[in-house]
Design a protein around this ligand. Sequence first.
Ligand code: CUA
Length: 217
Amino acid sequence: MHTETHTGLESPKGVWWKPAHPTEKVWVGIAFAWCMVLFAMMPLWHWKGGQNPSGIRRRTEPAAYMKRVMEMVQQYGVGTDKGIPIVAPPPGSDVYLAAMTFQWTPVLKLQKGKQYTLHLSSLDMVHGFALYPINVNFMVLPGYDYGLRVTPNEAGDFRIICNEFCGIGHHTMVGRVIVEDAPATAAAPAAAAPAPGTPGTPGTNPAFAALAAGGAK
Ligand code: CUA
């Protein structure tokens, strides 16, 4: 006789239908209270956290966006880095960064302490803009122009890492932002920046903090 076989038709042996122990009730109460605290923090952080991105958003078309990128490259191009154009747009200008499988174009050369409107858009699929080693993250969507007001506050050679899986070359999708002390000389070649692979010490480079700290508008 297989009397111990559990068929699912009868209740298994156990104590789970008995009243909960008082200690267990206390834990449920604590867990629920903490859930409420976290729930309240979401709207609180929205209003008080100072983390909302600043800037503008608008619709665009990949072809139209790429045209803006190419115009900027023609106007402010200062060289190339492994085939990717380097642009040094003047402070206060609109800067266009395009994401595509599997690269970021162009390389941006910005001046420390100067404000720019950094436009992000994708030419194909969803990519993720993560500025290493700084904690700045934005989704980059096709057809959507995300214009962020940014003020780099530390010089350095930064990497843009794609943080949305976008295909077989996702892990190779690395871009570059060079921040130089202002005023940058027009003749400064790309070589003036630190060599690739030597970004600032993680955790001590608050450049682009304005990205995250700007007020929503
Ligand atoms: Cu682009 Cu992952």
